[in-house]
Structures are given as C-alpha cells and as structure tokens.
Design a protein around this ligand. Sequence first.
Ligand SMILES: Cc1cc2nc3c(=O)[nH]c(=O)nc-3n(C[C@H](O)[C@H](O)[C@H](O)COP(=O)(O)OP(=O)(O)OC[C@H]3O[C@@H](n4cnc5c(N)ncnc54)[C@H](O)[C@@H]3O)c2cc1C
Length: 392
Amino acid sequence: MADDRYQGHDYYLVDDLLTEEHKLIRETVRTWVKQNVSPIIEEYAQKAEFPIHLLKGLGEIGAFGPYIPAEYGGPGLDQISYGIIMQELERCDSGLRSTASVQSSLVMFPIWSYATEAQKQKWLPKLATGELLGCFGLTEPDHGSNPNGMVTNFKDAGDHVILNGAKMWISNAPFADIAVVWAKDEEGTIRGLVVERGMEGFTTPTTHGKWSLRASATGELVFDNVKVPKANLFPDIRGLKGPLSCLNSARYGIAWGALGAALDCYDTALRYSKERIQFGKPIGSFQLQQKKLAEMITEITKAQLLVWRLGVLKNDHRASPQQISMAKRNNVEIALRTAREARQMLGGMGITGEYPIMRHMMNLESVVTYEGTHDIHLLITGMDVTGFNAFN
Ligand SMILES: Cc1cc2nc3c(=O)[nH]c(=O)nc-3n(C[C@H](O)[C@H](O)[C@H](O)COP(=O)(O)OP(=O)(O)OC[C@H]3O[C@@H](n4cnc5c(N)ncnc54)[C@H](O)[C@@H]3O)c2cc1C
C-alpha cells in the first residue's frame, strides 16, 4: 500500500453536512496517514507487529481522546470529529483504529467519566500524547458475550486490594502501560480499577497466530495476587453500566471506522476496474462488475448518512445504546461485504499485499466479533423493537 491514491467518495454530498473544522481534521489525519502509515502498514501486518513508533504521532493528530477536554490534555473536539478521525485511521487499517479506539473510548473515557480528579490528572494528559498506552480488560476466557459472569475479583486488604483472575483478547495488552480492568468485589459487584505495568503478579502474554488485526497487538492480562492501591479504584461507578458505557463510545467510533475500510476497498476496486483490461476492455465496463460497484457505493452512502446522524445525536447526548448498536452492526457488515466483493474484482491480485483489500477483509473479521458480535447486536435491536429479551 506504499502507493496510496485514496481520494474519498461522497456520492450524496454528505460533506455539506460537515463543518469546515470537520473537513480540516479529516484532511490532516488523511495526510498524516498517507505519509506515515500507508508506506509501512503492509509490512507490519505481514510480520504481525504493532508499529509502536506511531503512538506519538497519533497523539499529535488528536487521535487519543479527541473529545477529552483541554484541561486533561485532550483536543476537546465534538463526536463527529471523533468519528472522522476513526474513519481515516481505519481507512488505512482496522488495527491502527483499534489502538486509537481502545486508548480513547476504553481507557481515557472511563478515567474521564469515573476517576477521581487526582487519577484524571495522573493519567489523562500522558494518554493524550501517547506517552502512555492503555488497554481495557473486560473479556475473560469463559465470559465473552456475557461479561456479567466474569470471575476476575479483588479482596480488600487495607490500603490496597488483592486482584486475581485473567482477561483475554485484550487489544494493546502486550505494550500497555496501564490497564483499565473490570472485576468483582467481595459482594460480587463489578468495579473498575487501573492496574499498572510493573505491579507484582501482573503479566501480559501476547496472543500469537492471528490472521486478523495483525498490526494490532493482542494479549492476555493475568492477575496473580496483584496488590493494587485503593487509590487506583474508580470511586463511584458500580455494575455493568461502567464497562458498557465505554463500549458504547467505542462502538460509535467503530461504526465510523469500518466505513473507512469499506471506502478504501471501494476506492481500490473502482480504480482497478478502470485500469484492468480483459477481453479488450476495462473490466469496469462489464455489467457484473458495475453491479458490484453500484451496490458498494449505495451501501456506503447509506452508512455515511447513518453515522452522520448518529454523530448529531451523540453531540446532543441523545444517541441511545441501541442506535449505536445498529450502526456498529450495519457498518461492519457492509464493510465486510464490500471487502469480499472488492477482493473478487481484483482477481488474483486481490489476495496480495500489493492492494489493501485482503488485509481489510481479514481485519474486519475481528471487527465484526469484538465490541459485541454481529449476532449480539442483532439481539439488542430485536429486544429494543419487541421488548422481549432473546439473550437467555
Ligand atoms: C482481535 C480482538 C481484539 C479484542 N480486544 C478486546 C479488548 O481490548 N478488550 C476486551 O475486553 N475484549 C476484547 N476482545 C474480545 C471481544 O469483545 C470478544 O471476542 C467478543 O465479545 C465475543 O466474545 P467471545 O469471543 O468469547 O465469543 P462468545 O461470547 O463465546 O460467542 C461465540 C458465538 O456465540 C454467539 N452467542 C453468544 N451468546 C449468544 C446468545 N445469547 N444468543 C445467540 N448467540 C450468542 C456469538 O454471537 C458468537 O457468534 C477482542 C477480540 C478480538 C478478536
């Protein structure tokens, strides 16, 4: 992907709904991505390595906690800006966007929302610049879609607590300086606490062998009688609504982000269809290829309108978790479908690293599963419209 010719696509003039600031932010992130990430992303994905040197640059373009106010080191942008940044990052690679999503919505958001003033001052400014990297531990080996069943727990021990248990599938874990961890107290109530690298008994083994999100580091969080100071506990938040509020924010970013991957696949396939000659003609002149492209841009356009409207609602604090769920599910689904169709349009070239499509397609297989699987989001919509809970 060294030759990044992406231009953006706006079939319904959705740009008219954005402010000049939104467009400037998009241009800034796109330029940064083209200069710093596009030339190296394929190589890092192939060798399954996280490009850790990009953290500082991600901080500089405002990708870490875009909506965190300036008093805590963030750029204080609105929710549409947050979405645009995630879209431009995922236009290049879902792993890159995952790192920024986790840092923003799963680490900075809970600290900003639930931490004490001292905890905020301690961590937020350094997370905003990328000096510190965070991760979020909710999923466990035996509790994925049903996090309420978690067994990771802590016991009171005076000025600290003793934490035991394990989390798995944790993005950023192998390199993270801090982990926002959700665990049960002695009453079985879910609480949030910050575990710091270097605490005795805390290890973060890397998950190897992924065919997806290869440029994003994934690992476990293992807690073996870890002494965590009580000063690291979030004081007031109790129950599943703590982690779910973080997931809401991250899922919102994913709805925008996945659309970035779809746009990149469409852009690549459209250009290829005009340049690739078979039977004496560009393949884009054949009806079957046009059908694929026409359907892609139709779904992309609907998804662009969906996230823009969701952004307006989110700015007004009116976006419901169910609306966010619908957008996450829809946009990841259309991105995955776009990637699969686009890959076919490139024939054999579609499976190579010369083009980004296969990497997007494999990445999206994780995006469709994490932050609530495709089917779980369908059940959320189903329950919202019928009033019946089909989860259990
Ligand atoms: C690359 C990657 C990065 C991740 N990063 C993080 C992270 O940073 N932090 C974190 O905490 N987690 C993370 N996750 C975990 C992710 O959120 C979980 O994988 C996801 O929630 C699904 O859980 P599971 O894998 O245990 O699947 P399961 O819950 O075991 O589900 C398996 C299948 O059963 C279906 N299913 C489950 N329950 C029902 C039901 N009631 N009705 C119908 N079908 C059902 C699911 O839809 C799915 O298809 C990550 C995952 C991946 C792959």
